[in-house]
Design a protein around this ligand. Structure first.
Ligand SMILES: [Zn+2]
Length: 730
């Protein structure tokens, strides 16, 4: 609430001093100029071109490391050169890759059933007949063969195995059958959990309860997953360290030092395979033993049981895991005034099959965005700062391409980068979801006011309606966030992992934004996520693809052309305070040693960890941020800006995000260095990761140490804002 007030008074100030165009970070003159540039930019992307590009990328399967995916890298390079991008290069990384060779699954007792492990063609969708479509496989599964009893373990999370134990069931040496769950938990976490439980293998299936007929009509009649669809995906333990497992923390450029795969913490040591419900049904139906609890039941129309040791399956998986090359395409539009300040944009190129939504909707939007940026530059409207654009590879395997690129250019990025804007799945429906570190949330809101949604309303109005609907629905679970916590800002400021922003936020310390339009989408990572699906359900008419190109490009242009970077640190401070309060609330019992209501005596009213100092430093950071918002707005309104002063202010503001990093990383996961943002093993967002995990473990020594680190980062950033404020004194 306080945030809004700050924004309002800044706006009011600008309003009263001038009736001309006003944009956060711009003087009145340059705002008027920027408005013209953006109008021109927004007029360029076309729905027909979006569709044409989308067809190029969805024509054939293109997994990481495949011939087709490498051809598409060359296609992007050639297009970008034609579009007018500069310094276009393809960068090669030699990484530990993963490919399927064969898979066999059969139930041998009490009945015989041989799993199909294929997705059958759908009427009307010719792409679904493509013989190049892979069978069932999960990236980074190990090879092996086992015949063992089968146990149903619900979502495959630790509490599920605890429940099995309470029923006297161990999964040691057995094969577990788990399902893709709602709320989402990353399948790699399920694999690690099964591995830790001593299971011989993990089968993971799509229950129609979550993404099939229980949700609505299935493909080809609707957007939900049909009988034979299965969800591929990697099980890499990239929540420990993302990227190539053999080069943790450094780039796998050709010839780089590599650790043995046996020593790589992110390489799984378990066999795993995904199943359609068609293949899972005979297995589940024939399981005996105790009946599973109500929340373990699904939509297959019979009671699910745990298994009794008499039901046996035979599983054989042959993988080809080993060194292979991934390719990142990089291009840029060099800035006219400040070429050494970079706005970085990226989308991954590799798909599990055709990648209709994931990622080709994003890739099509990227190609239209770069075409428009190139056209502006050709017409003399070059951005003031440099815009760097990347097509990542191997995102699906372990965020690999972006991680290696980020590690390779970490020093450059720490010196030059303003922000990273990620688009992964651009469009699976009409509902906008915008993520941002809180310092950029006001800018993103402002931008959406200047864009028109296909509904005829502004994107801002539509976004607000989405957020309000989510609020009403209570906890809505999206793929990468599961808490359903609502923000004071429209932008979702709780940023977990699961896409290419990770290296930039958590390793480099860059502010990040993530943009996407969402809708009912039950064919994720299956062969049915394709051109047909997009044209019938996701975005017929490609209007949201076009809007994404506009939004992505305008966001880049705002950051690239601003006189003073549009960061809002008062909003950031308020958001951090919310993180602390939520952490305390979520750990009431841990913090007090008993429920707070039970704490009676005055002496006992001492929490295990005193956060008063932190809350005070947040207050100081917020005051400095408010003061800076006001002085920046006042300075901009004068219209006169000394370039030396602008440089000092901009470089200072760029440094804020870097200062949140702790070079030691969070306890146990040194690669993840951000003190405010992290991710749980499930990929779910985890705020104040080092502090929160220590409090959850009731490790008070570590918690105190992590609180001190956070406090010092806050003090450092308050001091930096004070310096900037002093520089702005009249
Ligand atoms: Zn993706």
């Amino acid at each position: 609430m306080m945030i809004r007030k700050v924004c309002l008074c800044v706006t009011a100030f600008v309003l009263s001093s001038t009736a001309r165009a006003q944009i956060l970070g711009f003087t009145p003159d340059s705002a008027a100029h920027e408005a013209k540039i953006e109008e021109k930019f927004k007029s360029i992307p076309s729905a027909d071109e979006e569709r044409r590009q989308h067809r190029v990328f969805t024509l054939e399967p293109h997994t990481a490391g495949s011939k087709r995916n490498n051809e598409l890298a060359e296609y992007i390079r050639d297009e970008w050169i034609k579009q007018g991008l500069e310094d276009v290069v393809i960068r090669r990384y030699d990484v530990y890759g993963t490919n399927p060779k064969s898979a066999l699954l059969e139930m041998i007792a009490p009945v015989h059933y041989q799993a199909l492990l294929r997705e059958t063609p759908l009427p009307g969708d010719d792409d679904s007949k493509n013989p190049a479509i892979s069978g069932a496989w999960l990236g980074m599964s190990i090879s092996g063969e086992v015949t063992a009893p089968l146990v149903y373990a619900h979502s495959g999370n630790p509490e599920d195995y605890d429940l099995l134990r309470r029923h006297g069931i161990s999964v040691k040496g057995k094969i577990v059958l788990v399902r893709y769950s709602n709320p989402y938990s990353y399948r790699g976490f399920k694999a690690l959990t099964a591995e830790r439980e001593g299971a011989a293998a993990m089968l993971v299936y799509s229950d129609p309860q979550e993404d099939g007929y229980k949700q609505g009509p299935v493909d080809p009649d609707g957007p939900w997953g049909p009988e034979y669809h299965f969800q591929r995906g990697a099980i890499t333990y990239d929540f420990m360290v993302p990227g190539d497992p053999q080069t943790p923390g450094w780039a796998s450029v050709p010839g780089a030092k590599r650790i043995p795969i046996q020593e790589a913490v992110s390489a799984p040591k378990i066999m795993a395979l995904p199943l359609s419900w068609h293949d899972a049904k005979p297995l589940l139906e024939n399981l005996d033993g105790p009946i599973a609890p109500p929340d373990w039941q699904g939509a297959l129309g019979f009671p699910y049981h745990f298994g009794s040791d008499k039901e046996k399956v035979h599983l054989k998986i042959e993988m080809e895991n080993g060194l292979q090359s991934y390719y990142v395409v990089e291009g840029r539009i060099r800035g006219s005034d400040l070429p050494d300040e970079w706005i970085v944009l990226g989308n991954h190129r590799d798909a599990w099959v055709f990648g209709g939504v994931d990622p080709s909707s994003g890739t099509a939007s990227m190609m239209e965005m770069t075409r428009a940026l190139g056209q502006l530059a050709k017409n003399g409207m070059r951005p003031r700062r440099t815009i760097v654009v990347c097509s990542w590879d191997g995102e699906e395997i372990g965020l690999t391409g972006s991680t290696e690129w980020g590690e390779q250019f970490a020093d450059d990025l720490r010196a030059k980068a303003v922000a990273y804007i990620n688009v992964d799945e651009a469009t699976s429906g009409p509902n906008f979801h915008g993520q941002a570190v809180a310092s950029l949330a006001p800018m993103l809101e402002e931008i959406t006011r200047s864009l028109k949604d296909p509904s005829g309303k502004t994107l801002y109005e539509e976004w607000k309606a989405v957020v309000e609907r989510e609020k009403e629905a209570g906890s809505k679970s999206t793929q990468f966030s599961s808490s359903g916590v609502m923000n004071e800002t429209l932008a979702d400021t709780r940023i977990g992992s699961g896409s290419d922003h990770t290296v930039f936020l958590n390793f480099i310390g860059m502010p990040v934004l993530g943009l996407g339009f969402e809708g009912d989408y039950g064919v994720y990572h299956s062969a049915y996520d394709d051109f047909f699906w997009m044209n019938h359900f996701g975005d017929p008419g490609y209007r949201y693809h076009k809007l994404m190109s506009q939004l992505w490009g305008v966001t880049a242009l705002r950051l690239a052309n601003a006189d003073l970077l549009p960061f809002d640190f008062a909003t950031y401070a308020s958001n951090i305070r919310q993180f602390v309060n939520e952490m305390v609330k979520g750990n009431d019992k841990n913090m007090w040693g008993q429920p707070p209501s039970a704490v009676q005596s005055r002496e006992a009213r001492q929490p295990k960890l005193d956060l008063k100092v932190i809350l005070n430093t947040i207050d100081a950071f917020e005051s400095a941020g408010k003061k800076l918002n006001e002085s920046l707005a006042r300075k901009l309104a004068t219209g006169a800006l000394d370039p030396k002063l602008a440089e000092k202010l901009n470089h200072g503001m760029m440094q804020i995000e870097r200062n949140w990093l702790n070079p030691e990383g969070i306890p146990g996961r040194p690669w993840f260095k951000h003190t405010l943002y992290g991710a749980r093993y499930t990929y779910a967002h985890l705020e104040l990761p080092g502090l929160t995990e220590a409090v959850e473990k009731q490790d008070w020594a570590t918690a105190k140490q992590q609180a001190d680190i956070l406090e010092h980062a806050l003090e450092k950033n308050t001091k930096l804002l004070d310096e900037l404020n002093a520089a702005l004194l009249p």
